[in-house]
Design a protein around this ligand. Structure first.
Ligand code: FES
Length: 244
């Protein structure tokens, strides 16, 4: 059976490893079978990028990637020319060597400096450097809250978007999540999901009215590319650089 050599990764496989690959199973499954706990957030359905690996040896011996895999890889952090989604890699005919990228989106959320450096009380508070809300956005959020009596604030998070990467998600808060970061902006309570904060760092939430159109707008310095409709976006590597 072909062998998969896994180069050391501090979180996933600190010592590195060599495993025998069952060809009918994906590389992701083979790793999991050998207790190498590669992330696989979408349960291997080619709908996330958490199983991303870089094939440093044997790349040219692999079956070609599908269009779906290519589309999904475009959203992966640390994308390289030899990147593949391990859940889509099957039928190995030769030995390969793989390397995990330094970060996945899930790891980055764990690496946010506030999460480690602040104590339990401070950890929940948003600073001005983290996030701000313009006065016009505050007024709009107040109106939103009025139309949803019983809510305790607005919760902001990121979600995968099929269009071009990520999209913002706004919810009314009924029950607070103790892991969320919290700020009070002129009387409006705003909560940000802890794993989303790093991608929102430095953002101003604004409310813009142009003629009959009006929208909440996230002025997020970490966004690199937006799709044509403006609904979804990808991030620059800036948030990662600040962690190094
Ligand atoms: S586990 Fe989600 S794409 Fe592989």
């Amino acid at each position: 059976m072909p062998k998969i050599t896994i180069l050391p990764h501090a979180e996933i496989c600190p010592e590195g490893a060599v495993v025998e690959a069952e060809p009918s199973k994906s590389v992701c499954e083979n790793l999991l079978d050998n207790n190498i706990l590669v992330e696989h957030a979408c349960e291997m359905s080619c709908a996330c990028t958490t199983c991303h690996v870089i094939v440093t040896e044997g790349f040219d011996t692999l079956e070609e990637s599908s269009d779906d895999e290519e589309d999904m890889l475009d959203k992966a952090w640390g994308l390289e020319q030899r990147s593949r989604l391990s859940c889509q890699l099957r039928n190995l005919s030769n030995d390969i060597t793989i390397q995990f990228p330094r970060y996945t989106i899930n790891m980055v959320s764990e690496l946010h400096p506030n999460k480690h450096n602040l104590d339990a009380e401070d950890k929940k508070s948003l600073s001005k450097d983290d996030f701000s809300v313009s006065s016009s956005a505050v007024s709009h959020l107040v109106e939103m809250m009025k139309s949803n009596p019983g809510s305790n604030g607005i919760r902001i998070s990121l979600k995968d978007s099929g269009c071009s990467g990520y999209a913002y998600n706004l919810d009314y808060v009924k029950d607070e999540d103790p892991n969320d970061y919290h700020g009070n902006f002129s009387g409006v309570d705003v909560y940000i999901k802890d794993t989303s904060l790093i991608f929102l760092k430095g953002t101003e939430l604004d409310f813009i009215q142009e003629g009959v159109n009006h929208n909440l707008v996230f002025k997020n310095p970490n966004v690199e590319n937006e799709c044509g409709c403006g609904e979804s976006f990808t991030f620059s590597n800036k948030p990662f650089a600040e962690l190094k």
